[in-house]
Ligand binder design. Sequence first.
Ligand code: PLP
Length: 398
Amino acid sequence: MTDQPTSPTPLTSMSLEDAHTSGVYPKRALTIVRGQGAYLWDSEGRRYIDCVGGQGAANLGHAHPAVVAAIQNQAATLISCPEIFYNDTRAALLEKLTTAAGMPRAFLCNSGTEAVEAALKFAKLATGRKHIVAAKRGFHGRTMGALAATWEPKYREPFEPGVPNYTHVPYNDLSALEAEISDQTAALILEVVQGEGGVRPGDGEYLRAAQALCRERGAMFITDEVQTGFGRTGKLFAHQHYGLEPDLMPVAKSMAGGLPMGACLIGSRVGTLEPMTHGSTFGGNPLACAAALAALEVMDTEDLPGRAAALGGWMLERLADLPSRFPEKVREVRGLGLLLGIELRNKVAPVLRGLQERGVLALPAGVTVLRLLPPLVISKDDLELVAQAVEAVLTQSV
Ligand SMILES: *Cc1c(COP(=O)(O)O)cnc(C)c1O
């Protein structure tokens, strides 16, 4: 399926970006100009199956009509309204979001890292303590507080000294937590499935014991659901797989159907937060709230968590024999819902290029893990094509 090329031509877009962008992103030589559902089109009119999913922001698929309509209507009504005023759209979203999460309150912001910053600050305010425990291979964002919780030394070391009093413990290791969480610990922050760190699902027993340990020692239990939230793993929020009750839960990515938005859900153990202790100019703006309200409705009406569970389970099984069929190339296949990882024995970059040549866009998670993060509206037929493309690339090369 091809479309008319759109201007500016790829060369123009690429050379303009190369000349003027910050330089902090590794770029693929591809200019994406349009999206629909689980498809993206480049400037040459070539169609791709999208397993990048806006790096987690496109769970609803591209250009979802309900989100488009909500944005159009709200944009023509009111875009800006700081939280010093009440607003009808924001009120409706707060009610729907907190009900869906089963947590009484939420702080609204504009990105994942801001949602994590809010969680860390609220944990410090609630406990009067300063020590934060995070996990090795954890990823929590790029601003200074969230960055200190992020494990990857490459991301942190250029900015040291960072925020003090953070420690990193091995993930899925309860005794390490028992040794580290003390009466000085404000919070433990964990992902339910480590996303950027290689698609590593948390063990249910471990996560429940971690929560109990936090309760026992007076620390806040933070589940970072920025990537796992909004249906990705087969539940609306991943902690619902294990019956967890986090005290603070940062969310973002797909929250507003692709528009920039984040939130920190706040549980009852946090207590009262005083005015002026935190804030955001854009936080809770009606435009993002309208998009998020529409996105949450679509989650329900299209049962996107149920789709992710069914399709993700099917895909995991479909790919399960890769390690035995390609023992020199594939170490393990793992995931939860439609957050899927294929751990290779070698670098993932050539596999990503091979997939792109075959019309499939996918992500890395670290140096050796191929991560599939398709919109939850993807069809089973397209997932089958993705599986065939992976097999073809593994057969031919690397
Ligand atoms: C992406 C991500 C973040 C950071 O979100 P941004 O919107 O990029 O700031 C934080 N935590 C997790 C688990 C993420 O996957």
